[in-house]
Design a protein around this ligand. Structure first.
Ligand code: GLN
Length: 185
């Protein structure tokens, strides 16, 4: 199966490795045609403002929104979750697909980045790397919380959209990518 990784900015190489580890064929997505060739998409961590600007420049905003409407599973990590979110405090919403309100950089600066074990429903304990992570401050009625840390949702799902405020790909844990692949077809 071809698994797309949005490759405009951020840690897309690590995402590609996770899909490869699951036995899928990673495809770096930078054009609408590349998006059209994949069964699912991950949106990496990085800098959401940069990812947003590049998505606009590469004419990918509407194609991704359309793909999501057509049921394509999409997984956003950290900045990727911000790009998916409907409401962004200290930033601009971009894809407005996932019915959550997030606050960028809510845990503070780079030096406040941390790791923790989080128990993800249906998956088990995942080593979570939080790097200038957003905090989920509100969730809509369609959003299911799959994991919490210190009382905050850190993994959520809404239909075929999956998002985590942390990076499992940095700890090298492919199980959330595997979950995304299981949502295809
Ligand atoms: N702080 C970044 C942002 O707001 C996200 C950081 C990350 O993806 N690790 O976009």
């Amino acid at each position: 199966m071809k698994a797309g990784v949005l490759a405009v900015q951020g840690d897309f190489r690590e995402h590609a490795l996770m899909f490869a580890e699951c036995g899928a064929t990673p495809v770096l997505v930078r054009t609408p045609a590349e998006l059209g060739s994949v069964a699912c998409l991950s949106i990496p961590g990085g800098e959401s403002t940069a990812i947003g600007r590049l998505l606009v420049r590469y004419d990918l905003v509407e194609p991704i929104r359309q793909a999501a409407a057509d049921g394509m599973p999409i997984y956003g990590t950290c900045a990727g979750m911000i790009v998916l979110a409907r409401t962004v405090h200290d930033g601009e919403p971009l894809l407005s697909l996932l019915d959550v309100a997030v606050r960028r950089n809510a845990y503070g600066r780079q030096s406040e980045s941390f790791e923790a074990d989080v128990d993800v429903r249906g998956i088990g304990v995942v080593r979570a790397v939080f790097i200038r992570a957003p905090r989920v401050e509100g969730i809509g009625p369609e959003v299911e919380v799959l994991a919490e840390h210190d009382g905050d949702p850190v993994v959520v799902r809404q239909g075929t959209l999956l998002a985590s405020t942390f990076h499992p790909e940095i700890a090298g844990d492919a199980r959330l990518h595997e979950r995304l692949l299981s949502m295809t077809g």
